[in-house]
Design a protein around this ligand. Structure first.
Ligand SMILES: [Zn+2]
Length: 561
């Protein structure tokens, strides 16, 4: 007797058990080096039975032919190796970014082109909401486009003098709050001496809070705590819709708190037969010792499912380059901004690495500045001397300023890298002009050097920092255009095949899932990205415009529209 449920998707899955479906397609780009192309793919029980000619696949026995993808191009389901579930959750707040952006319902939100426009948008959202004491929250704020002036609590007091107002920066590393927000966090007082809390002439904080220590006391008061942002069902569902529209079938939540209620919601939502994306949430090392984090991750690993992969750890070493909170080596910031912040002390990073290596856990480490990359590599070298382990898959996340020597060290230590290719488009001009200057801006997210030095390469959006769209990310790495149309770092451009590898098998490898996903071949999960056009034959400058029809995930079909 079938289980009692009303979901048609689930019903379809149940009734296809043991049945073989063969999909003809205009072209299938398999990413399987032994058979790079195919015309048909056979699926049984959520897995790929084979990819090849119809006659060959028909030899597996009785099958049904499903012609719905006959005019489409299939790729392996795209893998977003660094995103956050809050890309779905944040949409309940006011989008305050500079660039236009689509929400989970494909609605276009225009960018705010000045601080006044941001304040006006927050003010109107406050007016349209229910009258209450509820916080007024914006996200995606990016003042680097607005010149030298920083946003202060006085700017946000214009939105409301009585309700907390918070503005999360696009980097996710800085929060601006109004006076009420500061007061709720216990910060509306003189005598604060913290590098992440700049003070005004009156001795009171300006309202800018940099880094987790400074932000944490306020986040909960304004609805932005991490467990809320990554453990919320409505947000997870919205994230699922964003994933289908982007062709993504596996995605990370790169910094979760993974407290018990959050884990239960994740298990329930991903266990729903209609949920379209395999989630890989990473436990962030924060507010606990490395030993506690490793023990928690080991316990979580046991509870993972096909749809929810648990057990990896995320460590954050520094802040963001455009927020001037990243740790840069000499000569530091181009505009003379003071050195950034350490988020996790080197000793804790090393200890976490050693314990994780011993437990067989994977650690992903955020490093933005090159000094932070050095710190992570030093810590890994020491930890590996203590606990030698091959194929540990430790991965540096962002490593935006890594140079050739650092990539060679990654290779020597067996580390992979997941570069933030989208930065060139979104912040390339600002990096060139303000943060690191022209020479270092050209080597940011150096995909070509990483590949040349033999480092396993993935690339990412860090959604919601930039939109979830791996084909756009691939386009960024192939073209390296800034928003002003300049090619920034000509020598670091990579080819379309390498870029498509990085958003499928490359990202799968970084998560230790490349034996299961990332290519279309016998035995792997039936995860496909269904495209209206062929990304290998469109001009490379149009790669980002290839329309995504939807996805197939574990053999289940999800149309984007
Ligand atoms: Zn991130």
């Amino acid at each position: 007797m079938p289980p009692a449920h009303t979901n048609p998707q689930a019903a379809a899955t149940t009734s296809t058990a043991g049945i073989t479906t063969i999909y003809p397609a205009r072209r299938i780009l398999t990413m399987n080096p032994a058979r790079p192309e195919a015309t048909h793919v056979a699926v049984r029980d959520g897995r790929i039975l084979g990819a090849g000619p119809l006659e060959e696949l028909a030899a597996w026995g009785p099958h049904q032919l499903d012609r719905r993808f006959e005019d489409h191009v299939l790729m392996p389901g795209l893998v977003e190796g660094h995103s956050h579930l809050m890309a779905g959750t944040l949409w309940r707040y006011t989008y305050s970014g500079f660039f236009d952006l689509h929400d989970a319902e494909a609605r276009l939100w225009p960018g705010a082109k000045s601080l006044d426009a941001v304040v006006a948008a927050l003010t109107s959202s406050a007016a349209s909401g229910a009258s209450s004491d509820a916080p007024i929250v914006g996200w995606g704020f990016d003042p680097i486009y607005f010149g030298e002036r920083r946003c202060t609590r006085a700017d946000l007091d214009r939105v409301s003098p009585t309700r907390p107002v918070a503005l999360l920066h696009a980097s996710g590393h800085i929060l601006n709050v109004n006076s009420v927000g500061l007061q709720r966090g216990g910060f509306l007082r003189t005598g604060i001496a913290h590098p992440g809390i700049p003070l005004g002439a009156d001795g009171l904080p300006t309202g800018e809070l940099k880094g987790p220590e400074a932000m944490m006391p306020v986040l909960g008061h304004v609805g932005l705590s991490r467990n809320l942002l990554s453990g919320d069902e409505q947000g997870m569902r919205a994230f699922g819709r964003l994933a289908v529209r982007a062709g993504v079938t596996t995605a990370t939540d790169m910094a979760a708190t993974l407290q018990e209620p959050e884990v239960e919601t994740l298990l329930r939502v991903t266990g729903d037969a209609a949920y379209p994306v395999r989630l890989v949430p990473l436990l962030r090392l924060i507010g606990m010792t490395p030993a506690e984090a490793v023990a928690r991750a080991v316990a979580l690993r046991e509870r993972g499912t096909e749809a929810l992969r648990l057990g990896a750890i995320k460590v954050v070493t520094d802040g963001s380059i455009q927020g001037f909170s990243a740790r840069l080596r000499w000569p530091g910031y181009f505009n003379g901004a003071p050195e950034g912040l350490w988020y996790t002390p080197p000793e804790s990073v090393r200890e976490c690495y050693a314990l994780a290596l011993r437990a067989g856990l994977q650690v992903h480490t955020h490093t933005n500045g090159d000094e932070a990359t050095d710190m992570a590599l030093d810590a890994l070298e020491q930890a590996l001397a203590e606990v030698p382990r091959r194929d540990h898959r430790f991965t540096l996340q962002h490593a935006q300023l890594a140079n050739a020597a650092q990539f060679r060290r990654m290779r020597a230590l067996g580390a992979g890298v997941n570069l933030f290719a989208n930065h060139t488009w979104y912040w390339g001009e600002e990096h060139r002009r303000v943060t690191v200057g022209p020479e270092r801006a050209e080597r940011m997210n150096a995909c070509a050097t990483a590949l040349r030095e033999g480092v396993p390469l993935a690339m990412h959006s860090d959604a919601p920092i930039t939109p979830l769209a791996p084909l756009f990310t691939a386009w960024c790495a192939v073209n390296r255009l800034t928003a002003s149309g300049r090619v920034l770092g000509m020598a670091e451009r990579i080819g379309v095949p390498e870029a498509l590898h990085a958003i499928t098998l490359g990202a799968a490898h970084s998560l230790g899932l490349d034996a299961e996903i990332g290519s279309i071949e016998c035995g792997k999960r039936a995860d496909f990205c269904v495209l209206d056009d062929d990304p290998t034959t469109v001009p490379p400058e149009r790669l980002k415009d290839v329309p995504v029809w939807g996805t197939v995930q574990g053999g289940r079909v999800f149309a984007a529209r």
